[in-house]
Ligand binder design. Structure first.
Ligand SMILES: [Zn+2]
Length: 374
């Protein structure tokens, strides 16, 4: 591993911990230092209308956090990526992407916020169940519309141009009955030198998208492995299993948050579930729950990745291409092939490249000397 890769990953890890710390400190500021009470009183002095109070409170509390954490995102998403020669965006292009992202997340979260208010008001014992159902529906709808409505806001998509490659990939997909709406390429190179491909969408929008950077830098054998890996996820029904796990964690999480919140309110002698200064407790409990669940869902995801690799190595015409693909991806994306095992356990949805290469070598029985173990 190059020193550049080492330094890049060290900085990325530090940023992850700073982000977590900042979130913790912000909750402390809101709940222990009286930040939430201050905002709540201010909002109450502006209007007596409860819904408006709730919306203003949410906007200010969320807004302050966005402002406070903005320098960190400038650093991690723009400065750091330039420092290591990964980003191709100007500051204005990056800011424009951020603006579009803010717009998309506002459009999605405003109706959820309104539903949350209505549910806490009308069904204080069961709001978590109804909110869980709503979030499940939103997740499914978003998965369907994202490839056609959201991704095009950030990238230009067109059907995969290389016809020989299309035919080859189509044969692979047909062999396993993997039906897609299409194979697309997108202008990933307009923003970054990194390479990637993904399987996205649901139902009628189900498609595979390939970054032009991937098409440019990888051989057809290697691209076949990338797609075969996605077919592996399909054959093992990882998408369905992943959704089931997510739904379970949404419902369990919201229920536990509900119990903890009720305890806090009872302790404080408050009967109104929508008492503004206590609402950040819901965010705090959700944050703590996600910290506990993250290593579990990441563990499942890493298992799925090994299974998809194992499937792909056996499905492709050139299994050696699996190893060169992973090594090349790590090199281009500056991925640490041997991350700290604890960091991998908690934060990584994919196994380390060196472990993936080892598992693949075991299957093909080759004696390839992985750079990853160096
Ligand atoms: Zn995968």
């Amino acid at each position: 591993m190059s020193n550049r890769t080492k330094a890049y990953n060290r900085e990325k890890n530090i940023i992850t911990f700073v982000e977590l710390g900042l979130t913790g400190v912000y909750f402390y500021f809101l709940l222990a230092w009286g930040g939430a009470s201050f905002v709540a009183n201010m909002v109450r002095s502006w209007t007596a209308q409860p819904l408006l109070q709730f919306l203003l409170f949410s906007l200010i509390v969320g807004g302050i956090f966005s402002v406070v954490s903005f320098p960190l995102s400038v650093y991690s998403e723009f400065i750091l990526e330039h420092k290591y020669g990964l980003s191709r965006q100007t500051l204005w292009q990056w800011l424009w992407d951020k603006t579009k992202g803010l717009f998309v997340s506002s459009v999605i979260s405003l109706p959820i916020l309104l539903a949350f208010y209505y549910l806490l008001k009308t069904t204080p014992d069961w709001w978590w169940l109804w909110l869980g159902i709503l979030l499940a529906l939103v997740t499914v709808v978003l998965a369907q519309i994202a490839p056609v409505l959201i991704f095009p806001l950030f990238y230009k998509f067109k059907p995969l141009e290389n016809q020989a490659l299309v035919n080859r990939l189509q044969q692979l997909l047909n062999r396993y009955g993997f039906q897609l709406e299409g194979l697309y390429q997108f202008d990933m190179s307009s923003k970054t030198v990194k390479a990637n491909a993904a399987f996205t969408g649901m139902g009628k929008t189900r498609r595979i998208i390939l970054g032009d950077t991937l098409l440019e830098k990888f051989s057809e054998d290697e691209i076949e492995f990338v797609i075969a890996h996605e077919v592996g996820h399909f054959v093992h029904r990882h998408l369905l299993k992943g959704i089931a796990i997510n739904l379970a964690s949404i419902f369990i999480g919201l229920y536990l948050v509900h119990l903890a919140y009720q305890y806090v309110l009872l302790h404080a002698g408050i009967s109104d579930m929508l008492q503004l200064e206590y609402l950040p407790y819901l965010g705090l409990f959700l944050f703590l729950f996600s910290l506990v669940v993250m290593p579990l869902t990441n563990g499942v995801s890493r298992r799925f990745e090994f299974q998809a690799d194992a499937f792909a190595v056996r499905a492709v015409s050139n299994p050696q291409a699996a190893i060169s693909t992973l090594e090349k991806l790590a090199e281009i994306n500056l991925t640490d092939p041997n991350p700290n095992p604890l960091i991998e356990f908690f934060f990584h949805s994919h196994p380390s490249i060196s472990r993936r290469v080892q598992a693949i070598q075991k299957i093909i029985g080759g004696s390839h000397n992985a750079v990853a173990t160096a």
